[in-house]
Design a protein around this ligand. Structure first.
Ligand code: AMP
Length: 425
């Protein structure tokens, strides 16, 4: 199938062509016709499948075919909600790229940066707004944005929004929208919470699933390197140097771990930067830009900061620590092998993480191959220690899990207060 078969206008096809795309990805082939029909949609899709264009293209088409006349002030007709600033910025980039010949106007708003330029952009008149929930509610409470004319609502990465504690914010936003509208819900996983949200939000939705939910992308080669907890850093430097890896996204469990690893890698002569919730927005943007441009070899990220990062054909993802939540494994490795290109996802697993590994293998219904690297053989008598799930002053937003495989029997770090929205990872 070609993009030209999908009923998109010349102006949109021209922009797609300039991006070098001729055929829609499987999700696009299904979502574009479904969204053009005007009904609600529930889509199971991970990042890397082309889902952003999957909703952006038909939305642009719908708006441009029913464009309001130029002399009237533009009305905000599409609202796209995303869990993180990075994802919001990337979605907006797609809207701008694919919509550049349509004359439609869009803007992105998120927290962590000044609100004034965002308020000005909204006041100037927009067709499409991409937003994270917190900043949107902020601006709504200051009467800087009106949602009275919204025709299409997109919840992108809805599972992650719920994980981050945004359900109440989403409900407040939904209450401010007109009843009559098209709702599009995208989620990589389907928990009972997501199903409940979908039931309350969607009206006889079209259902689209491209990869089995919770399944790992088959274009990605996955490998476990068993190693002692204290040898992870030298092993990582060894892998990067001996394999001459040029662009590596590394995941750590905590912000502190991310910072420490950057210092260690720099000492080994490997250029690296960290991206996590304690970094300012400008520092995060800079790190991401330098990584994308190949100026630094390693980007060390925590899960929430990395969510939705879109880097074309990222060759290497390393799980320096396994994630606390098994679904994050799927999200993390989804950053490589994107839209058909091949990728390698390597996990450095110590004795403390054996149970996590079993949980991940159960989730993805796959036993992952293991390879011990010479010189980094794990101590067979090592005893598992409980995993510190959060840094001292911050708390985790999601369920902690028991730590340690090899029968330490010690409990994992206990949650002392209820889950909250948190950007601390
Ligand atoms: P997404 O899942 O939206 O994050 O997109 C993943 C990647 O696929 C992005 O880098 C897109 O630029 C790329 N992409 C989107 N549509 C296509 C397509 N039809 N053909 C090839 N690559 C695509």
């Amino acid at each position: 199938m070609l993009f030209t078969d999908l009923g998109l206008s010349e102006s949109i096809l021209r922009a797609i062509n300039e991006e070098g795309y001729t055929s829609p990805t499987p999700i696009q082939a299904k979502s574009i016709p479904a969204i053009l029909k005007g009904g609600d949609l529930l889509a199971a899709a991970q990042t890397g499948t082309g889902k952003t264009a999957g909703f952006t293209l038909p939305i642009l088409q719908r708006l441009s075919s029913s464009a309001k006349s130029d002399n009237k002030k533009r009305q905000l007709r599409v609202l796209i909600l995303t869990p993180t600033r990075e994802l919001a910025a990337q979605v907006q980039e797609s809207v701008t790229t694919y919509g550049k010949y349509t004359g439609l106007k869009s803007a992105v708003i998120f927290g962590g940066v000044g609100a004034n330029p965002q308020i000005k952009a909204i006041a100037a008149g927009l067709d499409i707004l991409v937003a994270t929930p917190g900043r949107l509610l902020d601006l709504m409470s200051q009467n800087c944005v009106s949602l009275n004319n919204i025709e299409v609502l997109v919840l992108d990465e809805a599972d992650r929004m719920l994980d981050m504690g945004f359900l109440r914010d989403i409900k407040k936003i939904l209450a401010a929208l007109p009843k009559q509208r098209q709702n599009l819900l995208f989620s990589a996983t389907f928990s009972s919470e997501i199903k409940a949200l979908a039931d309350s939000l969607l009206n006889s939705p079209a259902l689209i699933e491209v990869a089995r939910s919770n399944s790992a992308n088959e274009a990605i080669a996955q490998l476990i390197h068993p190693v002692d907890r204290t040898k992870k850093h030298p092993l990582l430097s060894h892998l990067i140097k001996t394999n001459d890896w040029k662009q590596v996204l590394v995941f750590t469990r905590t912000k502190h771990g991310a910072n420490k690893l950057v210092t260690q890698l720099e000492k080994d002569g490997i250029s690296s930067m960290a991206i996590h919730g304690n970094k300012s927005q400008s520092a995060r943007t800079k790190a991401l830009a330098e990584f994308k441009d190949g100026k630094i070899t390693v980007l060390v990220a925590t899960d929430i900061a990395a969510r939705g990062i879109d880097i074309d054909q990222l060759p290497h993802v390393v799980n320096y620590d396994l994630p606390n939540v098994s679904e994050d494994y799927v999200h993390r490795i989804g950053r490589t092998g994107r839209a058909g290109s091949n990728g390698v996802a390597v996990s450095l697993v110590c004795v403390d993480e054996h149970q996590m590994l079993r949980d991940i293998e159960k989730l993805i219904k796959q036993k992952l191959p293991q390879e011990v690297i010479a010189g980094f053989e794990p101590d067979p008598n090592a005893v598992a220690q409980p995993i510190q799930l959060r840094s001292q002053q911050h708390q985790q937003s999601r369920k902690p899990r028991p730590a340690g495989g090899g029968g330490s029997g010690k409990p994992a770090a206990k949650r002392t207060s209820p889950p909250k929205r948190s950007f601390n990872r």
